[in-house]
Design a protein around this ligand. Structure first.
Ligand code: NAD
Length: 356
């Protein structure tokens, strides 16, 4: 089993190193090969997604990704910025289904900004479409407005579009995920205003006919944002488009106390996937040894379960993470009085120790 290790920038290198230690401690034979991506790719080969890195990602059975980005690259032209690497990998490998579980560990109930009764026991899954929507729709650009009340002024524009097969494939993935959980799916749209999302709603409703055991409801994205902070436990699985999913999944992340706790998986039609923490490269804390590595370690567990068919090993990692939290070990982002503050490496060591 070959795993491409793409640590990226900022805290990416620190947290991926801990996840690699955990994988090595499982006693399985993984072939792991590391390559630069993001700002590191640009520095090494002049491009955020160098050819060699893309080749490795294509050959591998799964990809473990850290994070990319740094403010120092903000002046580069868009195609060379680190964030293009992740968009490129999603597109080249057709990773269209993003799974972001938001689970609140009982020990971290006090780390959430919401009241304990609102979030305790939270276990929801957001399934976000990753390959389409306004993030990829053409045409896009900046120009002189050709018409309208501001005709002749400069304007920026993007195009929101979804093709029927794109909606069908993500809907199937979401219904199947709901079947394995609480059998409830909420499709989030903006059908009251956007044609694209009226179409989305119609297609999801049609796909539902094949999953009569799953209860489906539809919710507008503004209401979904409100319900996520008002009564998040009402949800089981949420499916939505690329942009709404981007925003809602970060809101869901904070319900659990810290974005440093949340893993994610981006899968293709054959369950090959890219696994990464839900957060970015956190340049504000990079190099300080304080980043929380648990989201990346839990992403490695998702990789074992979804792409490498090693569910028992995935369980071992998740149980080890629960153990270290029960022992009271906390990185600064989840620290509370009465617990023990540790850094990135010590947290990784504690998970490795708790595996046995
Ligand atoms: P961020 O997620 O990097 O950081 C937001 C806040 O959360 C910061 O205060 C940071 O210190 C904290 N944080 C994030 N991860 C943490 C962890 N593991 N432990 C403790 N604290 C953590 O988002 P940002 O600051 O908006 O973006 C920074 C850079 O990351 C930008 O260049 C952005 O484009 C990039 N980014 C990359 C990805 C990705 O690689 N998939 C995703 C989001 C942002």
């Amino acid at each position: 089993m070959k795993i491409a290790i793409l640590p990226g920038d900022g805290i990416g290198t620190e947290i991926v190193a801990q996840a690699v230690r955990v994988l090595e401690a499982l006693g399985q034979k993984f072939e792991m090969e590391t390559a630069p991506v993001g700002g590191a790719g640009y520095e090494a080969h002049g491009h955020p997604l160098p050819d060699g890195t893309l080749k490795l990602a294509k050959e591998a059975d799964a990809i473990l990704f850290g994070a990319v980005g740094d403010w120092k690259y903000d002046t580069l032209e868009r195609s060379l910025r680190p964030e293009q690497a992740i968009l490129g990998l999603r597109k080249h490998l057709t990773l269209f289904a993003n799974f972001r579980p938001a689970i609140l560990y009982p020990e971290l109930v006090g780390a959430s900004t919401l009241k304990p009764e609102v979030v305790s026991g939270l276990d929801i899954l957001i399934v976000r479409e990753l390959n389409g929507d306004i993030y990829f729709g053409q045409p896009r650009g900046m120009r002189e407005a050709p018409d309208g009340p501001f005709k002749g002024s400069r304007e920026g524009f993007d195009t929101m579009r979804y093709a029927e097969p794109e909606i069908r494939r993500i809907a199937h993935v979401a219904f199947k995920a709901a079947q394995k959980r609480g059998k409830r799916l909420t499709s989030v749209d903006k059908a009251n205003v956007l044609e694209t999302f009226q179409f989305w709603k119609d297609i999801v409703t049609d796909v539902h006919k094949e999953y009569p055991d799953v209860e489906l409801d539809h919710m507008y994205v503004d209401n979904a944002a409100m319900q996520l902070v008002r009564a998040p436990k009402k949800f089981d699985v949420i499916v939505t488009g690329n942009m709404f999913g981007d925003i809602l999944s970060d809101a869901a992340a904070m319900l659990t106390g810290s974005i440093g706790m949340l893993p994610s998986a981006s899968l293709d039609a054959n369950s090959k996937g890219l696994y990464e923490p839900s957060h970015g490269s956190a340049p504000d804390i990079a190099g300080k040894g304080v980043a929380n590595p648990l989201a990346t370690i839990l992403s490695a567990a998702m990789m074992l379960r979804f792409s490498l068919n090693l569910p028992a090993e995935a369980d071992r990692i998740e149980t080890a993470v629960k153990r270290v939290l029960a022992q009271g070990l906390r990185t600064p982002d989840i620290y509370e009085a009465g617990t023990t503050k540790v850094g990135t490496v010590d947290m990784g060591s504690a998970v490795v120790k708790a595996l046995s």
